[in-house]
Design a binder for this molecule. Structure first.
Ligand code: SAM
Ligand code: SF4
Length: 327
């Protein structure tokens, strides 16, 4: 069917699904040191419930899915969910965003289940710094996960790097060099000021500065990248197999072309990451609503999608923890 547009004529075809609020890391820009208050297990959508909601959304034009979290791969048997979603006829793309810690174990199985591609979040190539940023992780596990994803045929594997001044900005050239030497696809993301993380405005670095620093490696040329539903702008160094992407949620928001909805692990549909507006689809599901009633609720949520967020105003977004809304 032809898809729905919101009240600002943005076509909505992309759903990000947070499958769990649990995570095996505690990244300094995402979570407080002690983690966040967790949802009760019974409040988290079952795979069958997620399938029912995705089927309803797909009848309204959603054709692209991304599984995220928390850390999606800590949820038991995630390949089963991927296989269930891949069976929905009008879904033509399923992707995953992961911290990569468990990717070596699951990459091949996820690919067989129907996953197409993966984004791995990685902010440093130095083991001690990795442990400092994630407060517990092992860099080696992530690097093995990236290799396993490539071997499994997940394509492309993109690396998401949140840039923090004074923390990892001395590694910009190291990451960019990987696009030349190893064909990595690296996307540099501006740090978002979210309430609950430990970072301050002084750690923010705009993409304009990141880009200026990268030019020490050569002139960046515009690159065409086909697989992507998102707001990144892509470039490459001359002759490089890999690409450099920039994502600017703060300095140049991309709300005017936002095509996405988000489903939280406890079944709330959010038309915007940074707005607290939510539609409780779990309650409708668990009270026996019909397929038509679910579609109507999703249609209303799409119609209420806000025009834009106001992060560039410098105020941290007051919001659920990022790990609950799926980044
Ligand atoms: N656990 C998975 C991961 O880390 O990839 C998926 C969930 S995580 C919330 C999704 C993305 O949000 C990650 O790429 C992470 O770097 C990004 N993120 C979290 N907090 C952020 C912040 N304050 N600013 C920018 N990106 C952030
Ligand atoms: Fe976990 Fe991802 Fe948040 Fe890091 S960014 S704490 S890996 S949810």
């Amino acid at each position: 069917m032809t898809g729905l547009s919101d009240s600002f004529q943005r076509p909505i075809n992309y759903l990000r699904i947070s499958v769990t609020d649990r995570c095996n890391l505690r990244c300094i820009y995402c979570m407080p040191p002690g983690g966040v208050r967790l949802m009760r297990h019974r409040d988290i959508l079952s795979y069958e419930e997620i399938r029912t909601l995705v089927a309803a959304a797909s009848r309204l034009g959603i054709s692209k899915l991304r599984l995220t979290g928390g850390e999606p791969l800590v949820r038991a048997d995630l390949p089963r969910l991927v296989a269930m979603l891949a069976e929905i006829e009008t879904i033509d793309d399923i992707a995953l965003t992961t911290n990569g810690m468990l990717l070596e174990k699951y990459a091949a199985e996820m690919k067989r289940a129907g996953l197409r591609r993966v984004n791995v979040s990685l902010d440093t190539l130095r083991p001690e710094r990795f442990r400092m940023i994630t407060r517990r992780g092992n860099l080696e596990d992530v690097l093995k996960g990236i290799d396993a994803a490539k071997t499994a045929g997940l394509n492309p594997v993109k690396i998401n790097t949140v840039v923090m001044a004074g923390i990892n900005d001395d590694e910009l050239l190291g990451f960019a060099g990987k696009t030349i030497d190893e064909g990595w696809h690296v996307r540099f993301i501006e740090l978002m000021p979210l309430s609950g993380n430990e970072l301050t405005a002084s750690q923010f670095m705009p993409v304009s500065e990141i880009r200026k620093r990268l030019e020490a490696l050569g002139t960046l040329e515009t690159a065409f990248v086909s697989a992507g539903n998102g707001p990144a702008k892509y470039f490459r160094f001359p002759g490089a197999a890999g690409t450099v992407g920039f994502i600017t949620p703060v300095s140049e928001h991309f709300c005017f072309k936002c095509n996405r909805l988000r489903l939280t692990a406890d079944g709330k549909l959010r038309p915007c990451l940074l707005s607290e507006q939510e539609t409780d689809l779990k309650q409708l599901l668990r009270h026996g609503s019909s397929a038509a009633e679910l579609e109507e609720a999703i249609t209303r949520a799409i119609a209420s999608k806000p025009k834009e967020h106001n992060l560039s105003g410098g105020e941290p977004a007051r919001n659920r923890p990022y790990s609950q809304v799926g980044g």
